[in-house]
Design a protein around this ligand. Structure first.
Ligand SMILES: *Cc1c(COP(=O)(O)O)cnc(C)c1O
Length: 388
């Protein structure tokens, strides 16, 4: 029996060829391939501008800076997200205000955002959690009249759609991740997209030490023009090696999404026959790329979430605990931000698990996963069981 992992990147000869071309070119740092990846990514996501970064966390950091968020401001965020969503506001001296999520989608709602707004609120970071599109229009309807910036953490969202368009296209700014846990990967990498040309230009400078002339432009001159450092910037650059892989991966994205949705359908069908496991699914307003296919283990299921993870592990299947709750992490629980009581977040964090789902997954592998779910649903007692 071979191990079934929760996720595997899907790469092949196109990525290898793209990498060897960059190596042969002699220019491996940020340069023409990054510029090409930015153009192609912006076109694919229907964004005016795209700025490549070292990862999604740094893209979120730049988004908050160019949006003018700073010390003393409040930024509304879901606790139910990878910790980077909450960390980014703290990098600029702002305070993350944790709100709860909708149990069906794992995403924040307009009502939840509205209830958390104070005179100090400057921005909201909404998340397409696990690839499920957030209902952006309803949130903009709350935020726009108040002048609050809406930033979409679309780390998991490449290939998901909202009302017929790519997610991220309707936000003031969107941040994307190319970590191998996401659909499209460059090893590490990220992107910031926006329709605001001034914000894009400033982010482009800030990611490269706020230099007035980029390193690749300087390189094209024998006598490089003198550069100035216009403000305090960062090194948040992507390399041409990463971008070349990203361009090849972007070409695969439609096929990756199609296949992931097919595998998700297979799980949906199997779960119809199993009581007590509630799967995530498409909301009315869009389609998920199923970056994370999670199920909630409900009270009537004979085994609890951790027991089910053990049962899967015993069959050499590496599922994962569901999405974390940032407000319960040591980094936040002692701070004034950690005292939130977020019932849905805590319920989902404690009772959901993410099932293996990757492009190359075979029917046989999916059957192995489903067999364990089925056997656990039939079991009345056992390790980790509710009745043991
Ligand atoms: C993965 C993820 C991030 C962080 O992405 P990196 O590219 O690793 O910095 C941020 N937000 C969410 C919601 C994520 O899932």
């Amino acid at each position: 029996m071979t191990r079934i992992n929760v996720m595997k990147p899907w790469m092949g000869s196109e990525e290898m060829l793209a990498l060897s071309e960059v190596i042969a070119s002699g220019w491996v740092a940020q340069g023409p391939k990054v510029a090409q990846f930015e153009r192609e990514f912006a076109a694919a996501m229907q964004a005016g501008h795209a700025v490549a970064t070292s990862n999604c966390t740094t893209a979120l950091h730049l988004a908050l800076i160019v949006a003018g968020v700073g010390a003393g401001d409040e930024v509304i965020v879901p606790s139910f997200s990878f910790i980077a969503t909450a960390n980014a506001p703290t990098y600029v001296g702002a305070r993350p205000i944790f709100i709860d999520v909708d149990p069906a989608t794992g995403c924040v709602t307009a009502d939840g955002v509205a209830a958390a707004i104070t005179p100090r609120t400057r921005a909201v970071i909404v998340v397409d959690q696990g690839g499920i599109p957030v209902d952006l229009d309803s949130i903009r309807a709350v935020c726009d009249p108040l002048g609050l910036v809406v930033i979409e953490d679309a780390a998991c969202g490449a290939g998901s759609t909202y009302r017929g368009r790519p997610v991220g296209a309707g936000a003031d700014l969107a941040a994307w991740s190319f970590h191998p846990r996401k659909l499209l990967t460059t090893g590490e990498g990220g992107m910031l997209t926006t329709s605001n040309a001034e914000w894009a230009e400033r982010a482009r400078r800030l990611r490269e030490h706020a230099m007035s002339v980029s390193a690749s432009d300087r390189q094209s001159h024998v006598l490089a023009p003198a550069e100035e450092y216009l403000e305090i910037g960062f090194n948040y650059r992507m390399t041409d090696l990463q971008a070349a892989v990203g361009i090849a991966q972007l070409g695969r994205l439609p096929e990756i999404v199609r296949r992931r949705r097919e595998i998700a359908d297979g799980y949906n069908e199997a779960l119809q026959g199993i009581d007590g496991l509630r799967p995530v699914g498409d909301p009315d307003w869009g389609t998920s790329n199923f970056q994370s296919y999670w199920v909630e283990v409900e009270p009537e299921f004979p085994t609890d979430r951790d027991g089910l993870l053990v049962a899967l592990a015993e069959a050499d299947i590496s599922a994962r605990r569901g999405i974390m709750a940032a407000h319960r992490q040591p980094a936040y629980w002692t701070a004034e931000t950690g005292d939130a009581s977020l019932g849905v977040t805590e319920r989902l964090t404690d009772n959901t698990l993410i099932l293996p789902l990757f492009h190359q997954m075979t029917e046989e592998e999916q059957r192995r996963v489903v067999d364990v779910l089925r056997a656990s649903s039939a079991a009345r007692t056992g390790a980790g069981g509710r009745h043991s």
